[in-house]
Design a protein around this ligand. Sequence first.
Ligand code: SF4
Length: 390
Amino acid sequence: MTYATDPLLRPIEHKVDEGIPLSKEDGLALLQTRDLHALGRMAQRAKERKSGRKVFYVLNRYINSTNVCYANCKFCSFAKGEQEAGAVRMPADDVLAKALETGTNFNQIHIVGGHDPRQLSLDYWLPLMRRFKATLPHVQLSLFTSAEIDYLAKRHRLPYEDILRELRDAGLDNINGGGAEIFSARFRKLVCPNKVDADNWLRVHEVAHSIGIASNATMLYGTVETLEERVDHFIALRESQRRSPGFNAFIPLAFHPDGNQLNDCGWTTGLDDLRMFATARLMLDNFDHIKAYWMIQGLKVCQIALQFGADDMDGTHGSTDEERIYHSAGTSSGQYVDDREFRRLIEEAGYQPVRRNSTYDEFPHDWNPHDATHRGDRAPTREAHGAPAE
Ligand code: SF4
């Protein structure tokens, strides 16, 4: 059924309903349309074909273990030099203690940090990951971005596969989606010339998927990229997922301008945010989940995003967690959302809240790792959640 008043959307609606992948021209039309209602309905139908009435969230802990980094990405407000005021480098004992600070009833630990020459090494991470798994066997480790994996590979002079096998064997379940920024070589040369390039960002994920590590993907939008570069980024992700499936979710990351070198770009708008959620859902037809991360676009926009193709609100974080990447850049979101609030927002939007882990295994909302009646709901093994066998 055709709802669109924008004539450019009508052939796209037909393709979406027929399951035909969208072209670059389609993506550009989606990112520019003013027919938000038709766009939202299309994305919502595509979402409901994937996950029905379900909208996911995770009880998790979020830790930035170090902000020491010398990559000097222009959009970054988080990185510090080692001797600079505000530099934070957590000893391994403190990272474990932070994760345990408010109990053990959670399903994911999410850790990312800078390219820290002293902390980002296998010597630091492998023992810490084993301690996490011994202490919290029900918790999935969602660690690093592929930019960090690339740094580790260079540092240890090992191929990606060797690094990833070491990390997997120590307990890595999922690689976070950051570091993708915008894949265009023009953009990366201008904005982030010292971090992993696009081909290697994708290569890390594809190798990870091939050995049973899941991952997510992102795009940083709202700086100096063109709309064509955004659409090319979606198409590169879609092709990568075809070559080596294993991306679970895509997360659109809205640029925040405080305290960085791209301050003049200002804030993204609500309409741009909603177009990005919907375009992601429609372009990435082989991704199951589009995440509206409350820390970034805010709880209210993220609730509306559930009508624009998103089916995930990310994690609660712990009540003592201190996210620093977006808080350094000016987010007005808090540090913690109670899972009851997620359920309230999701139900009000007409959907069914579902508690998950990193790999989207589902749990009753009152699941507790120490409750004998729920032991059977423990996170399934790697094979059980569909990761490819070696
Ligand atoms: S975005 Fe990441 S790699 Fe770039 S400067 Fe910031 S912490 Fe370093």
